[in-house]
Design a protein around this ligand. Structure first.
Ligand SMILES: CC(=O)CC(=O)SCCNC(=O)CCNC(=O)[C@H](O)C(C)(C)COP(=O)(O)OP(=O)(O)OC[C@H]1O[C@@H](n2cnc3c(N)ncnc32)[C@H](O)[C@@H]1OP(=O)(O)O
Ligand SMILES: NC(=O)C1=CN([C@@H]2O[C@H](COP(=O)(O)OP(=O)(O)OC[C@H]3O[C@@H](n4cnc5c(N)ncnc54)[C@H](OP(=O)(O)O)[C@@H]3O)[C@@H](O)[C@H]2O)C=CC1
Length: 293
């Protein structure tokens, strides 16, 4: 039975995976950062280095801390590297089948006592846990974006998650300096149950011509004091991820109030996924973001 985490495997080196690697390595955990794609892995490592360098320039961490943290991260393209870890955090694309395939591939490699977590934004922890050989040792550890800045972690137990797994995950979140909010295992948990319908409503507001991209974002930034407008935030999260979360809410709660806006669907179908693909509700290819509507 594992009660203390020392070595962590992270699957998926996208914006969340690299952010999780960033905070874990700074908290002195040994980290294996895995992705299928070498370019993604290189980009993830470069992002970590860039974000840590910014923290050094602001005096938040020292040059030595940055170097030690970077030395704590081993990039990996093969799941074999997970054989020694105490905890795997899956942070791959928000797609249930993708996550299930990852769990089937990684469980035979893991030590039997290793814990498994998913950073899923919305999917059922109970269902994901059932795709592994250790539902008792499976938990949702839901970080917020950008991980180095946001203070919250949602912890989500599946129906079978045991007390040791919960306590160990809670201790891990405490060690990272994050605050935990415990959520029951319902579609999209708490933050996204509230946040994503607001973002979806902002897209409907755009779709129905009530305002353009800029006016909707300005309205919510200055009218409700949100740090980012909802369309800017959607681009930041990733429009594919936003759509997946809305689909999980719509199907999981069987209520038409969660119907994904057809305009959101259209942007995703176009491959306009937000910042990560350089185009979404804004076009990021120039010096300043230009609204696309
Ligand atoms: C989808 C899900 O499943 C769940 C989710 O995560 S939903 C998304 C939740 N996240 C949000 O809602 C984010 C909303 N936005 C914000 O809070 C802010 O706009 C922001 C923190 C992202 C940026 O803040 P800002 O004031 O506009 O910009 P900026 O001054 O550059 O950054 C603020 C601080 O964060 C730091 N920062 C920003 N991004 C960072 C990153 N990726 N890594 C490290 N530090 C970062 C900056 O260095 C700066 O630090 P100091 O305060 O020490 O100077
Ligand atoms: N974006 C956000 O604001 C937040 C997202 N999350 C959740 O975190 C998870 C990751 O999201 P995010 O980082 O934004 O997504 P990204 O698209 O930025 O990153 C996902 C990464 O996982 C890779 N990947 C896909 N399949 C596999 C696989 N089989 N093995 C290894 N790597 C794989 C992707 O590669 P490729 O692109 O080549 O497919 C990509 O590099 C999702 O579950 C999401 O819901 C949670 C909190 C906030």
């Amino acid at each position: 039975m594992i009660s203390e985490i020392k070595k962590i495997g992270i699957i998926g080196a996208g914006q969340m995976g690299n952010g999780i690697a960033h905070v874990c390595s700074l908290s002195k955990y040994e980290v294996i950062l895995n992705d299928l794609d070498k370019d993604n892995l290189d980009k993830g490592m470069a992002t970590i280095q860039g974000n840590m360098a910014r923290q050094v320039s602001k005096g938040a961490i020292s040059e030595e801390q940055m170097q030690a943290a970077l030395d704590n991260i081993t990039p990996s393209l093969a799941l074999d590297s997970m054989s020694e870890v105490d905890l795997v955090i899956e942070a791959a694309t928000e797609h249930e089948e993708t996550k299930r395939k990852i769990f089937s591939a990684v469980t035979p490699i893991l030590r039997p006592e290793a814990l498994i977590a998913s950073n899923t934004s919305s999917l059922s922890i109970t269902r994901l846990a059932a795709a592994t050989d250790r539902a008792e040792q499976f938990i949702g550890i839901h970080f917020m974006n950008p991980v180095p800045v946001m203070k919250l972690i949602e912890l989500v137990r599946g129906i079978a998650t045991d007390e040791n797994t919960f306590k160990t995950a809670k201790q891990f979140a405490d060690n990272l300096g994050k605050t935990v909010a415990v959520s029951e295992d319902f579609p999209a948990f708490m933050v996204n149950r509230i946040l994503l319908p607001m973002i979806n409503e902002a897209v409907y507001t755009l779709y129905e011509g009530v305002g353009n991209v800029q006016s909707i974002d300005t309205a919510m930034r200055l009218g409700a004091n949100h740090p980012m407008g909802p369309l800017q935030l959607a681009d930041f999260i990733g429009l594919d991820t936003c759509l997946s979360i809305m689909q999980v809410l719509y199907e999981g709660l069987a209520d038409t109030k969660y119907r994904p806006c057809p305009l959101l669907v259209k942007y995703v179908e176009a491959g306009w996924l937000g910042r990560k693909s350089q185009r979404g509700f804004y076009d990021y290819r120039g010096e300043v973001p230009i609204p696309t509507r």
